[in-house]
Structures are given as structure tokens and as C-alpha cells.
Design a protein around this ligand. Structure first.
Ligand SMILES: *Cc1c(COP(=O)(O)O)cnc(C)c1O
Length: 361
């Protein structure tokens, strides 16, 4: 291997496509004849403005984002969105949340600070190993929105079908599945994603918001910075943005367009995930933690049934060049995050290794 890199199964920050990293490396001393690095240039400069414009335009193209939606780059990672969503969208002070795991729980806890939160469906009864039925939710008339975490990074579940929101706005945390498959933006009022899972470096979220949801009349106590309008009015440059993350994300958007867009990405992701799930389904030692219908294509948690054995497998994989397979500290076991940038060869090699490990038992 040219750079002696490992197969990195980290849940985030996570792998980025190698061609993108190489391009970034080649531009780090002198971006496009500017004589400086993107890290060193003014966010108000012409050169950076082009980087920003391209990033937005390429994301719009990739996701087919309709004209009445705004693309925002907001700092504070994913977590700030847990507060921004209720602060900006709770007009009546009522919101419905679907509880499917760690990240929706965090969103619920934060939203409760600002209004009445109704948990309209939950999979807590079975340790978040499935996605609850959301075809007939009890949604009050005055609910401002319905919120989901579309892919639970820690628990390994995905909504393969969106909830019936009964006409209410759907808000989705797509952090760990963003750009992993085609997405019909019009199904949502607001999509947000912390970019360090499936796109770029940590510290920023992409927000795609329908324009009519960008409000003037946020509560007085809402910090200026946490109003979507602040960011929308200034094209994400109210203050110095995360220039580096915008630049890197823009590179990834271009790369995804070059390989055939989200349809092609989805094909590759399905193929990759199938290799791993087929193995888990056939293994006597390892078991996937999620029911088959709701499995994530991105985060694959699995267990041996023994904490000691789990730890032994993690140690053995690490020694063999497969990094970050330890499950999240809150759930234990193992987890392979196989985001867009994980090549099929990485998953195949991991499965070969686990097969071999099992055979030697
Ligand atoms: C990682 C993650 C977050 C939090 O992102 P931070 O940038 O660490 O704040 C939120 N939601 C989901 C689904 C995540 O995977």
C-alpha cells in the first residue's frame, strides 16, 4: 500500500475517499495558484467564494435539491442541531420525536428544554434493535414537526421507509447516512448532517431547509447564532465559517458526482453491506445486533455473546490492520462502519479475517 493506511472502520470522524485526500494534499501549500493554503485565506476572498459556491452547487446537483430549499454550512457539528431544530421550528411549542437509539435520545433531551416533546414511537423495549412502525403515529394537530434520526450510528438501524407524518414537517438527522443513497429532499422540511461521518472533517453540519421554515420570529432567547435565518441571510458567512470543512466537503461532492452520483453510491453501499451481513447471518460465532429489515448500510454492530471474546476479536482485528472495530462504549460488542469511502476490498478483507478467526476457534 502506497501510504501504509489501515482499513479504518471508525464511526466518525471516518474515512475519506483516497483520491480526495490526495488532491487536498497536492493543494495544501498553494491552492489553485493563489499562493496560499485554503487554511490561510480569507473567507471573503474571491478564491474562497468560488470554493463555497461550487460546494453548494455540487451538493444541489448531487441531491437534486429543489430551488425552495437553502443549503447552510453551520459550525458546532451535529450536536448544535439538536438545539437549533426546536429553537427554530417549534412555533406552537410541540414536536413529535421517534426514539430509535442514542442520537434520537440526545435530540429528545435537548428539545425538551424548549417545548413539549411527544415521543410518538420507540424501540427502547428491545434495546433499539429495530425501527418502530411509523405508519400510523399519534400526531397532535398542533405538532410543529416530526423528528427522526434516519440512521442510528451507534445502534445500527436505518429507516428504509419514512414515517407517515400526517402532513407535518419531517425533520431528519442524516449524519451517518448523508449521501449514501438517493434522497427525495421534498419529503422533508429539514435535513441536517454532521459531516464527519460520511463526508469530511469534523466540526460542521450541512443543513438543507425549506425556505418557508426559515423564521424571523424565533424566541427572543434564541442566540443570534442559533437562528437559521442568521446563516441563511449571510450565505453561511455570518462569521468566519469552517472554511477547511467546506473545502473538503466540496471535494467529496465533486468526487461523488464523478463516480456517478448517489445511485451509484447506493449500489456500491448495498453490495458492501451485503458481504458483511451475509457473513454475519452464516456465522456461528458472530451475530448482527439489528433485525434484518431495519439494518443500516453504514454502521454494522455485531456481537459474539461474550464480552471477553468481543474484546479479543477487536484486539486481533487491530493487530491485523483493521482499525476502530470496537462497539460504542454505550453498547459494547463490535461495530464496523462502512461509509461511502470504505472500499469493497476493505469489507471483503475484514470478512475473510473474521471467517478465519472463527475457523480457528
Ligand atoms: C455523530 C452524530 C451526531 C453528533 O455529531 P457531533 O458532530 O459529534 O456533534 C449526531 N447525530 C448522529 C446520527 C451522529 O452519528
Amino acid at each position: 500500500m502506497k501510504y501504509d493506511r489501515v482499513f479504518n472502520f471508525s464511526a466518525g470522524p471516518a474515512m475519506m475517499p483516497e483520491p480526495v485526500l490526495e488532491e487536498i494534499a497536492s493543494e495544501v501549500m498553494n491552492y489553485n495558484g493563489s499562493g496560499m493554503s485554503v487554511m490561510e485565506m480569507s473567507h471573503r476572498s474571491k478564491v474562497f467564494d468560488q470554493i463555497y459556491q461550487d460546494a453548494v452547487a455540487d451538493l444541489r446537483k448531487l441531491m437534486n435539491i429543489p430551488d425552495n430549499y437553502k443549503v447552510l454550512f453551520v459550525q458546532g457539528g451535529g450536536t448544535v442541531q439538536f438545539a437549533m431544530v426546536p429553537l427554530n421550528l417549534m412555533k406552537n411549542g410541540v414536536a413529535c420525536y421517534v426514539e430509535t437509539g442514542s442520537w434520537s435520545k440526545k435530540a429528545i433531551a435537548e428539545a425538551k428544554k424548549y417545548g413539549d416533546v411527544k415521543v410518538v414511537a420507540s424501540s427502547a423495549d428491545k434495546n433499539f434493535s429495530y425501527v418502530p412502525d411509523c405508519s400510523n403515529l399519534d400526531i397532535p394537530d398542533n405538532a410543529d414537526y416530526v423528528y427522526i434520526c434516519e440512521n442510528e450510528t451507534i445502534n445500527g438501524t436505518t429507516f428504509h421507509k419514512l414515517p407517515d407524518t400526517k402532513g407535518k414537517i419531517l425533520v431528519s438527522d442524516q449524519s451517518s447516512m448523508f449521501l449514501s443513497r438517493p434522497c427525495n429532499v421534498e419529503d422533508y422540511g429539514l435535513i441536517w448532517a454532521g459531516v464527519q461521518k460520511n463526508v469530511g472533517p469534523a466540526g460542521m453540519a450541512v443543513v438543507i431547509i425549506r425556505e418557508d421554515l426559515i423564521r424571523e420570529d424565533v424566541p427572543d432567547f434564541c442566540p443570534t447564532y442559533l437562528s437559521y435565518k442568521t446563516h441563511a441571510d449571510k450565505d453561511s458567512m455570518y462569521n468566519t465559517p469552517n472554511c477547511w470543512a467546506i473545502y473538503c466537503c466540496g471535494k467529496v461532492f465533486k468526487y461523488l458526482l464523478s463516480i456517478g452520483g448517489l445511485e451509484e453510491m447506493a449500489k456500491r453501499n448495498e453490495e458492501k453491506a451485503k458481504i458483511l451481513y451475509d457473513f454475519l447471518d452464516s456465522s456461528k460465532l458472530f451475530t448482527g445486533s439489528v433485525v434484518a429489515e431495519d439494518r443500516s448500510l453504514m454502521n454494522v454492530p455485531f456481537v459474539t455473546g461474550s464480552d471477553e471474546e468481543d474484546a479479543a476479536v477487536v484486539a486481533a482485528t487491530k493487530a491485523a490492520g483493521f482499525d476502530n472495530l470496537k462497539g460504542h462504549r454505550s453498547v459494547g460488542g463490535l461495530r464496523a462502519s462502512i461509509y461511502n469511502a470504505m472500499p469493497k476490498e476493505g469489507v471483503e478483507a475484514l470478512v475473510e479475517f473474521l471467517k478465519d478467526y472463527e475457523a480457528k476457534k
